[in-house]
Design a protein around this ligand. Structure first.
Ligand SMILES: Cc1cc2nc3c(=O)[nH]c(=O)nc-3n(C[C@H](O)[C@H](O)[C@H](O)COP(=O)(O)O)c2cc1C
Length: 205
């Protein structure tokens, strides 16, 4: 598939056929994800591929419990928002596969020469670790399209990132960044309307 076609046809897929995915395809998505640029070429990635339904259910339950603990008014509107967010944060439990992306801290070149700690430098540089993760995730989403799968990027479950990290058996040095749920699409939603591109571009000649 042409890259442009993959970019244009990609959309977030959240409902999947029950078919399991070959591990080799999931590993290929990860292989293409890890080719993304990363700050200082740190390649700080750790990927956990989960197809175990019980673990996915347990993880989704943990996310729902975490959401439950977030204070909200008892109004019907607030409760509706919560249940909508709950679905967007937990639908991964019905995905045939989930790829969790975690990463360890990179060592900035600056760190070696200035008296500033890693977190301050990272903030100063506009979180290049998270920017790198975004590139990696987008590569995986486009790889999924190329392989005729549908995928969705999820950050909402990260409200339970600490317990999820433990459930995934990741050491503390890894920060859990996001999930990518993937499977054969059950239904493909219409393309979202895009904002007018001229409103987004400023040209300085
Ligand atoms: C950083 C990021 C986090 C996202 N987190 C979630 C999420 O937690 N749950 C979800 O259902 N979709 C999530 N999405 C998907 C967006 O809702 C989706 O990309 C957006 O609505 C545009 O739709 P499209 O991907 O079909 O073009 C996330 C997307 C991004 C880029």
């Amino acid at each position: 598939m042409e890259l442009k076609q993959a970019i244009e046809s990609r959309r977030s897929i959240r409902v999947y056929k029950k078919e399991p995915l070959p591990l080799s395809d999931l590993k290929e998505m990860v292989r293409l994800g890890r080719l993304a640029p990363s700050v200082a070429n740190s390649q700080p990635w750790k990927f956990v591929i989960v197809t175990n339904k019980k673990l996915l259910d347990d993880m989704a339950r943990k996310v729902a419990m975490q959401l439950e603990d977030i204070p909200a008014s008892k109004s019907r509107a607030a409760q509706n928002v919560k249940s909508q967010v709950e679905w967007f944060a937990t639908f991964f439990q019905d995905a045939p596969a989930l790829i969790a992306l975690a990463m360890e801290d990179y060592e900035s070149v600056l760190e070696k020469g200035v008296n500033m700690d890693h977190d301050d430098i990272n903030r100063l540089r506009n979180y290049p670790d998270i920017q790198s993760a975004g590139a990696c995730i987008q590569n995986m989403l486009l790889a999924a399209v190329d392989m005729d799968y549908g995928a969705c990027w999820l950050s909402a479950p990260m409200m339970a990132k600490e317990p999820l990290r433990e459930m995934l058996g990741l050491e503390e040095k890894y920060k859990l960044i996001a999930f990518v749920a993937v499977g054969k699409p059950e239904k493909i939603p219409a393309k979202k309307t895009a904002r007018d591109i001229d409103e987004m571009i400023k040209v300085i000649e």
